[in-house]
Design a protein around this ligand. Structure first.
Ligand code: SF4
Length: 360
């Protein structure tokens, strides 16, 4: 009879998870200082839940009493783009003429995919009368740090977890349990590190990775286009390029990702948003109902109509899409004040590209 740890790992692989490792549910007090610093500098932007959950971040026993083990799973989500993003980071000139979507958001929302799989995986623990809680990017734990402790990979200068086999194109989930399991060895940083590489730092258009192994989330294009509500700072708008939802730049340039393998997860491979979205269609979404019909089940639901159309106004301006002036003009009267403000800004920016535009 295989050990409980082995049963869990076998079950994880049969559920199509790419990797499964286990680490002790120790307190990670050494990270507290870094985390406090991140919050003090307000680099978490508007993500106030990060401050609210601070005491739980490094203390699994506050989440599951007497927690002893954390089971970490990863799921590879890489897919090649048919329309290469030919982004020119130094010039900030995107060459693809529609709105790009980050790879993790091409298909079904990974929270839903993980929840279903983690529920099945945790049945092995239920059968053994163990307490547990599971999370997929929705829990308070510093999951990348625990993933490094479990040996799943190491945290690179772009602050992503990088696995030897899959690079950083992986999503993480975890089960915290009071079961005493067999632990894997922590990642050996001597084996695979960033070294003198700075590719992600120099490629980031907004300079969000200026400090090694730290991110200023308030400047990150992923944060700005997905999490940030309200107005996007005017000085950052041109740097967003053609990213309509999320951003993959710091991963696309990483040498550890050059050998990426295509995901085997059917829910990710079946597109809902797909790799890019037609700007004319997005700018023409009339209301929340139409938005929901189009994106139900996709991570884009997080942005709702308000943020996606806000982002689309910025991308339209950055791509100098004068053919979309009628759509932008219409949105200048939108009932959503955020869309209205960004449309008015985009209109002015686009007009700068029309010779003698005052005459129009
Ligand atoms: S691009 Fe270079 S510096 Fe950045 S995470 Fe990858 S290896 Fe590390």
């Amino acid at each position: 009879m295989p050990s409980l740890s082995q049963q869990i790992k076998d079950s994880a692989l049969s559920l199509n998870f790419s990797q499964c490792k286990i680490c002790p549910a120790d307190n990670l007090d050494s990270y507290q200082k870094h985390y406090q610093n991140f919050l003090d500098k307000k680099q978490h932007g508007e993500m106030d839940y990060l401050r609210k959950h601070q005491s739980l971040k490094t203390n699994p026993c506050q989440i599951v009493p007497n927690a002893k083990s954390i089971i970490l799973v990863s799921l590879n989500y890489f897919q090649a783009r048919k329309n290469a993003n030919n982004w020119a980071p130094k010039l900030h000139i995107p060459q693809h003429r529609e709105g790009q979507v980050a790879r993790y958001a091409f298909g079904r929302d990974y929270h839903k995919v993980f929840r279903k799989k983690l529920k099945i995986l945790s049945q092995t623990l239920t059968a053994n009368h163990q307490n547990f809680r599971f999370f997929a990017d929705s829990g308070p734990l510093l999951e990348r740090q625990y993933a490094e402790l479990s040996g799943l990979g190491y945290i690179g200068k772009n602050t992503m977890l990088i696995s030897k086999k899959y690079g950083s194109w992986i999503l993480l989930g975890e089960i915290i349990t009071d079961a005493k399991l067999d632990y894997d060895l922590a990642f050996d940083r001597k084996k695979m590190v960033c070294g003198s590489c700075q590719k992600c730092q120099t490629a980031c258009p907004t300079n969000a990775l200026s400090q090694d192994y730290k991110i200023d989330a308030s400047k990150c294009i992923s944060y700005l286009t997905i999490e940030h509500s309200g107005s996007i700072p005017v000085e950052l708008r041109p740097k967003i390029g053609n990213w309509l939802f999320g951003c993959d730049i710091c991963q696309e340039v990483c040498p550890h990702n050059f050998r990426a393998k295509v995901s085997q997860e059917p829910d990710f491979l079946k597109p809902i948003a797909g790799e890019s979205l037609n700007l004319k269609e997005i700018l023409s979404i009339p209301n929340d109902e139409t938005f929901t019909q189009k994106f139900a089940g996709s991570p884009l639901m997080r942005a709702k109509r308000s943020k996606l159309l806000r982002n689309a106004c910025i991308v339209t301006s950055n791509l100098k899409r004068l053919d979309l002036l009628p759509e932008i003009q219409l949105l200048c009267q939108d009932s959503d004040p955020i869309i209205q403000e960004h449309a008015q800004w985009a209109l002015k920016e686009l007009q700068k590209n029309i010779p003698n535009y005052q005459k129009i």
